[in-house]
Ligand binder design. Structure first.
Ligand code: DNO
Length: 350
């Protein structure tokens, strides 16, 4: 595995030098954040990003994300032009030597939590999701402030986009995803860029919106939309495990068997036992519901060599910053994963 770390660009309070100093760190996961969704990323901008990263001695390993315009997810007539732009961005990334792109197909909201700074017993704060609280939230009333979605929607725009989705059920979303995949993957193959769809987080419908990248069966359906290793997945074990019906390790193994794991997100969550509610926890197995040893072992047993990153961290030691994306707890997560990998590899040789 190649250990990587997400970096939000030159405005990120976590610097490339901070990241470089984390033991075992090899690569950066980042994106161009100021090109509006739907427009082409120029080769020049990609080259600039790559050179910024490489100056730190790290590699630009993964783009997370090239976002998919809502019109594509909605299947609107404008989608063809937007898909052409998407393909051009993928070609430009490939031409600049970038080989993995993470994206998602979640309507309107990316990852969603009900509290971004819930105080755990040890005084650290974590991201949590409480099913009952989420059920009472109404995005149209402007009640949400979440890190993963575009807060630039005005109240009216939010209402319009939520209304637009009232006609889109899961099957329609599948059709729109298939349309996108069948155009994008052949171009990605040619460009040498492995696509890696991120799970819906949490992996079930929220606010009445359809969500489809959610469970083992749907992952199988997804990879069968287009049979190619370039049509792969990001296995985010924390996202999948937040549905108590999922076995994230089994899902990972199934995707490894099919050679479709193009990117790994490794973080832990603790199901609280109240429906689908969960709290994000420190990475080690003893704090959460996921056995991280089994995750790393599955990757080792499959001789998997792709990029992996620790995912959300808690806020510890007084750090403030972007929810889930501070330096300290993610760095601890990375060294923990690195340690597990060394132990699993050495043990296998004995
Ligand atoms: C959350 C992230 C997601 C992910 C996108 C991929 O922390 O894992 O926001 O980047 O869903 O498109």
């Amino acid at each position: 595995m190649e250990m990587t770390f997400r970096w939000y660009g030159n405005d990120d309070p976590v610097t490339l030098q901070n990241i470089k100093q984390i033991p075992g760190m090899k690569g950066i996961v980042t994106a161009i954040y100021d090109v509006p969704v739907g427009q082409v990323w120029s080769r020049e901008r990609i080259r600039q990003l790559k050179s910024d990263v490489e100056q730190s001695g790290l590699k630009l390993s993964v783009i997370e994300s090239v976002p998919v315009h809502e019109d594509i997810k909605l299947g609107r007539p404008t989608r063809d032009e937007l898909i052409d732009n998407y393909i051009q961005t993928i070609k430009n990334l490939g031409a600049e030597g970038i080989n993995v792109v993470c994206y998602n197909f979640m309507p309107v909201f990316d990852w969603t939590r009900t509290d971004l700074a819930y105080e755990l017993q040890d005084g650290s704060t974590a991201l949590i999701f409480e099913e009952e609280v989420a059920k009472k939230m109404d995005p149209v009333k402007g009640e949400l402030s979440l890190p993963g979605w575009d807060s630039s929607y005005s109240k009216e725009e939010m209402k319009a986009i939520m209304d637009a989705y009232s006609d889109v059920d899961e099957e329609t979303l599948w059709k729109n995803l298939e349309y996108f995949i069948k155009k994008v993957i052949p171009a990605a193959e040619e460009a040498g860029v492995k696509m890696a769809i991120h799970p819906d987080d949490p992996p079930y419908s929220i606010f009445g919106l359809p969500r489809i990248i959610t469970c083992k069966e749907n992952l199988e359906r997804f990879i069968n939309l287009y049979d190619s290793p370039y049509n792969g997945v990001t296995v985010c074990v924390g996202s999948y495990a937040s549905d108590p019906n999922n076995n994230a390790v089994e899902m990972l193994k199934a995707m490894l068997d099919k050679n479709r794991v193009n990117f790994m997100h490794a973080r832990n969550i603790k199901l609280t036992g109240e429906g689908k509610s969960f709290q994000e926890s420190a990475h080690p197995s003893e704090y959460g519901s996921i056995d991280m040893y089994e995750v790393v072992k599955a990757l080792h047993d499959a001789n998997w060599e792709g990029p992996i990153r620790p995912d959300h961290g808690r806020m510890i030691w007084g750090e403030t910053g972007r929810p889930g994306y501070g330096l300290f707890d993610r760095a601890l997560g990375a060294t923990y994963l690195h340690g597990l990998a060394e132990a699993v590899a050495k043990n296998a040789k004995q």
